[in-house]
Design a protein around this ligand. Sequence first.
Ligand code: 13P
Length: 251
Amino acid sequence: MRQFVVAGNWKMNGSLEANAHLLEQLKSQLDNTTKAEIIVFPPTVYLAQIQQICRDTGIKWGAQDASPNRPGAYTGEIAVEMLEDFACEYVLVGHSERRTLYHEDDVMIAMKFAHAKRHGLTPILCVGETLHERKQQVTETIVKKQLDAIVNLADSTDVFKHAMIAYEPIWAIGTGLTASPEQAQSVHHAIREHVATIDKTIAEQLTLLYGGSVKAANAASLFAMPDIDGFLVGGASLDAHQFVEITQCIK
Ligand code: 13P
């Protein structure tokens, strides 16, 4: 049985006050009708606060990024070992904003993915194509290339065990445009098939999230697709009501 997940990527948003308010709302509004694991990804400086508020709740937390290196002389970076201090279980790897704004390439992302796994964190690898690439009909080629970078650095066939993949078409992120359920399903299916060429059982059990303008209004139709196991939500995760409604689609 695959794990269903609704994750909120807060990006560079929040404050001590706003986080406390949002989490209190989530704690009081989330109910056990959802079958999803709920994860929040706050800015790293707030992890201590999130740990304090969420520790005895069903809400899990993770980091939006982490260094591929061991602690040392890397000004501005956060080591995976530091995330362990705050009981993080998850880390996003290769979000398109990191790829485009901070020029992270496939090799860097593969190193981050491998390093997080080595330390027992569950990496959520983000993949996706630009609008230009979609128009050129090379979406699957791009996504497979992003997956292969991870596989090529790994030394075993269980590379996607204890990991998740989020398909986030770049043209749908923060734009209000969402991939249709059929468009998303087709890429999710291609991802699962590709992973199956490495390990069939892992592919079957792999949680595949969709991200890109997910809202309460479109979540149910996306989740109805057989290869969509949940969501990585940006903007709507800052609104407790929207986020809770999205979790309620996962039944
Ligand atoms: P939006 O939901 O704001 O489009 O962001 C998606 C995303 O980038 C989640 O990681």
